[in-house]
Structures are given as C-alpha cells and as structure tokens.
Design a protein around this ligand. Structure first.
Ligand SMILES: CC(C)(COP(=O)(O)OP(=O)(O)OC[C@H]1O[C@@H](n2cnc3c(N)ncnc32)[C@H](O)[C@@H]1OP(=O)(O)O)[C@@H](O)C(=O)NCCC(=O)NCCS
Length: 175
C-alpha cells in the first residue's frame, strides 16, 4: 500500500460528514436506504475511528459500551478501492486497544455473512444467528473475549499511572 495509513478519531465537522458518507455509500446506499439511515441514536455516546490514507478517509468503525465490560462494534467499512490492504484489520486492532485500555472483557458485533471470515481471522467466534437487515442481509452475532494477560497487564499499567501521580509532582523536573 502506498502512502501512510493513519487511524484516529475524526475531529472536524467535515471529517464526521465524510465518515458518515462512507458508511452510507458502503453499508446503506446499495440497499436503497435513505441518507440518515447510516446513523443511530448512539452516535454521540460512541467512539468513532477513521482510517486516513493521504488525507483521504478510506475506512471507519464505531465502538460503544452496551453493558459493564461489554463493548459493541458497528459500522465497519473500508472503501471498495482500498479493501484487502489491511485497513479493516488496523481499524479493528485500534478498537481492541481502546477496549483493553478501558478494561472491557468482551467485544461483540453483528457480522454480515460475507464478513464473517474476516472477523474469524481476528479471533471472533460466531455465538448465534444475528438480525436480518433490510429483509435480505443475514448476520451472525460474533464475540471476542479479550486476552486475560492483556487485561492483567493493562490493570498494572493503570495502577502505575495512578501511583505515579504524586501530589507534589514538579512539572518542570528534568529527571
Ligand atoms: C469486511 C471489511 C471491513 C474488511 O476490510 P479490509 O480492509 O478489506 O480487510 P483486511 O485487508 O484488513 O483483511 C484482513 C484479513 O482478512 C481477510 N479478509 C478480508 N475480508 C475478507 C472476506 N470478506 N472474506 C475472507 N477473508 C477476508 C484478508 O484477506 C486478510 O487476510 P490476511 O491477514 O491473511 O492477509 C471490508 O471488506 C468492507 O468494508 N466490506 C464492506 C462492508 C462490510 O461488509 N462491513 C462489515 C459489516 S459487518
């Protein structure tokens, strides 16, 4: 892949609009769904990520908490011209790191049947049938349990961060 891939949260109104456009073009438009159908009531309470290649938004994904310890992934989409280059994997790895930092234990998602092999490669397992979207797109509910070792290490790191905050910490100290 030419160019540098950057995964980060969208910042500007334009970036949010481009992100929603990408979602709509990939996940809603081919099924004749109107503009606006690419959003739901959780947008403001979710963490969004975009994949940028040479300043162009080529992928996106969203993460939100559904229960204590459980996060849900939705709206993963990579521009048709950029699929198969590791962008989807990078977006999903960013979600994993985000979930781990916040000590989530499980990640769940509803995978389109066409995307099930992709999620299996990342360690997700099918747990049950998922919804039928627009009366035609079959889904499987998939789950990933975060690694116990990763979570143990993260807890240690979080505790170190807390104990490193001394009340008389001098911000100008050099060493
Ligand atoms: C599914 C999707 C997000 C994958 O993103 P991507 O950037 O193309 O995937 P990557 O290049 O990161 O693929 C990672 C690995 O999964 C494999 N893979 C990707 N899509 C696959 C598929 N549909 N079937 C089987 N394997 C797949 C890749 O070959 C790659 O394998 P490797 O690591 O052995 O080389 C992308 O194809 C897409 O946006 N599809 C349309 C929208 C969609 O279906 N979104 C998911 C909604 S649930």
């Amino acid at each position: 892949m030419n160019g540098i891939l950057i995964i980060r949260q969208p910042k500007t109104k334009d970036e949010f609009e481009s992100m929603y456009d990408l979602r709509w073009n990939l996940l809603r438009r081919p099924w004749n769904q109107p503009k606006g159908s690419e959003k739901d009531e959780k947008e403001a309470n979710s963490i969004h990520f975009i994949a940028l290649l040479d300043d162009r938004i080529v992928g996106t994904v969203r993460f939100h908490k559904i229960k204590e310890n459980i996060g849900q992934i939705r709206y993963l989409a990579v521009d048709n011209n950029y699929q198969g280059k590791g962008i989807g994997r990078n977006l999903m790895e960013t979600i994993y790191i985000t979930a781990k930092n916040q000590l989530f234990q499980y990640l769940i998602l509803n995978a389109r049947e066409t995307a099930v092999p992709f999620f299996k490669k990342l360690g997700y397992k099918v747990i049950e049938e998922g919804p039928l979207l627009f009366g035609q797109i079959k889904h499987k509910k998939m789950l990933l349990k975060l690694s116990r070792t990763d979570l143990k290490l993260q807890k240690i790191i979080n505790n170190l961060r807390i104990s490193a905050k001394f009340p008389n910490e001098n911000p100008n100290a050099i060493d």
